[in-house]
Design a binder for this molecule. Structure first.
Ligand SMILES: *Cc1c(COP(=O)(O)O)cnc(C)c1O
Length: 413
């Protein structure tokens, strides 16, 4: 074997204007790079983790003791949350896009018996899981939730809060309420909503498990910690029945965050080798959210999403989403069918927008941590250029008028 030494890896700075990951805040990267070498049981690393746990409870509005973060990405948190679902458990899962579709697949894997898994290992169809498919572009509504839970009366129910695939918000109130009414334990994918929407976990008592991620509303892309929160009722089920995982077992993983036997303790105990760099950057991401405050951040997302929406509508696009961090749209009729081409052109130029990952093909433009006039203007103008490059027409004056109307003609953002 001859040795080949590759040159150092250079990664360019692109404009992350998709559904996620978002634009990592410079403060978060600065803390990552400034952390010293320290092992996972060093005092400040452990203290940082305990502080993160307390900050997470504030941001998520919860008294759940089992609120901490799972090492990894959104799927790591979701896997941890779904670990309480055992083979043969009855589940109803609502799917209205790519991500809730993958969540439903995870649930089908977890709830399968050995025979059901062996019959179709990558796409099992266990008899105990009912997946309620809601068409792309629509939200899961009260009636759909209530009908399915009343009919099946499962042990577990699942829904995504914000379905990032289609950009749709699902009704958490209705979900929590129906779970309570039918005696079902609710599990929620809150990967896209945490840090963007102002909501409190404790207002939704029907929901026993929550999972999120570092790279969207929390602005912590040095992929570190994926927040989770579990009620005592969820933890009791785990205590009674266990789970088939060590690394992402909610009770085991919580120990390093100083949660042992349902109590906060002064110091965490070893679960896995955490990185001081990761802890420091996650800590700064949480401080950032608390400093700016969640109500203010949520308001800022609403305001800037409205501008982006109006600007792309002025270009003749049709918006089908209702999330505030993301706009999902159809191109003007004369460009229909060329969504993928447009997205690829943009990405080749470092303008990181996205297509939908499941049919129908649409364009997704996100504004995670791009919450000022200059950033939104840049996104709008780059998108207008991309439409023109495909031969589409954009009325520049109409687009400028939208920006001026929303932001005012003064220079201030
Ligand atoms: C992004 C996303 C995920 C996956 O998160 P990763 O960080 O890529 O693991 C899951 N669910 C939803 C709703 C998402 O938006």
């Amino acid at each position: 074997m001859t040795m080949h030494l590759y040159p150092q890896l250079e990664i360019p700075n692109t404009l992350a204007a998709g559904p996620g990951p978002g634009n990592t805040d410079p403060r978060v990267l600065e803390r990552f790079a400034a952390a010293g070498v320290a092992d996972h049981m060093q005092g400040d690393v452990l203290r940082g983790m305990i502080e993160c746990k307390h900050m997470l409870r504030q941001i998520w509005g919860t008294q759940n003791t089992y609120t901490f973060a799972v090492a990894g990405t959104g799927w790591s948190a979701l896997d941890s949350m779904f670990s309480a679902v055992l083979p043969g458990d009855s589940v109803v899962a609502f799917a209205n896009g790519t991500f809730s579709g993958i969540d439903a697949l995870t649930l089908r894997i977890k709830a399968s018996t050995r025979d059901e898994l062996a019959a179709n290992p990558q796409d099992p169809q266990p008899a105990s899981v009912n997946v309620v498919e809601v068409p792309h572009g629509r939200s899961v509504d009260t009636k759909t939730i209530d009908t399915a839970l009343a009919l099946h009366r499962p042990k577990w129910a699942f829904m995504a809060h914000w379905e990032t695939g289609s950009g749709r918000i699902n009704d958490l109130w209705a979900f929590s309420e129906a779970c309570q009414r039918h005696g079902v334990m609710g599990l929620v994918d809150a990967v896209s909503s945490l840090g963007v929407e102002d909501f409190s976990i404790d207002d939704f008592p029907g929901i026993v498990g929550w999972a999120s991620c570092p790279q969207k509303g929390i602005c912590g892309l040095p992929l570190t910690y994926a927040p989770v929160s579990f009620t005592d009722a969820y933890i009791e089920v785990l205590e009674e029945r266990g789970a088939y995982t060590y690394a992402q077992h909610p009770i085991f993983e919580a120990r390093h965050w100083g949660i042992i036997d349902g109590q906060d303790v002064e110091k965490g105990s070893y679960h896995r080798t955490h990185s001081g760099y990761a802890v420091a950057s996650f800590h700064e991401a949480l401080r950032l959210t608390l400093q700016e405050s969640l109500p203010r951040r949520a308001e800022s997302y609403r305001r800037h999403e409205a501008v982006l929406r109006a600007a792309v509508e002025a270009m003749g696009c049709k918006v089908t989403s209702d999330m505030t961090s993301l706009v999902v749209l159809n191109l003007p009729d004369d460009l229909a069918g060329r969504e993928m081409e447009l997205v690829q052109n943009c990405r080749a130029d470092g303008f990181g927008i996205w297509p939908t990952l499941s049919a129908p093909v649409q364009v997704r433009i996100g504004i995670l941590n791009q919450l000022d006039r200059g950033a939104i203007r840049k996104i709008v103008l780059l998108f207008a250029d991309a439409i023109r490059a495909l031969g589409g027409r954009v009325d520049q004056d109409a687009v400028e008028a939208v920006l001026d109307t929303h932001y005012g003609t003064s220079v201030a953002a």
